[in-house]
Write a protein that binds this ligand. Sequence first.
Ligand SMILES: [Zn+2]
Length: 135
Amino acid sequence: MIFEIFRTLLHYSLHFLAPILLGYLFWRKNWKIASLLMIGTMAIDIDHLLATPIFDPNRCSVGFHPLHTSWAALIYLGIWFLPSWKLKAIAVGCLFHLFTDSVDCYLGGLKPNLTITMSCDKNYFISDLNSNSII
Ligand SMILES: [Zn+2]
């Protein structure tokens, strides 16, 4: 019980307080806007609405929801290279969001799925031919 309270406090502290600290450390001149932009990256949790159930305490969101995948992380990383401190703050916020959710998964005994897979599945194609589903 105490561990779950600690886990929840840590999770929401990382989501809401760490961005303020990061904003102050990296964008001191604009730390308030940078912090708000990073906190605003909580919006990527909108992808939970695509899942059924929307919230499952036994599911790790990292690697499951579209905006929480490795592919999304690569896009966030790409955004970081764009020449705008506001976009960099959003990129850092999104990546830190994934880190925060990963920490929560580990503490909950769930494993984040951060593998990147690319496949050209020929077996699927062959099975389509065998079942005549293409015709
Ligand atoms: Zn999330």
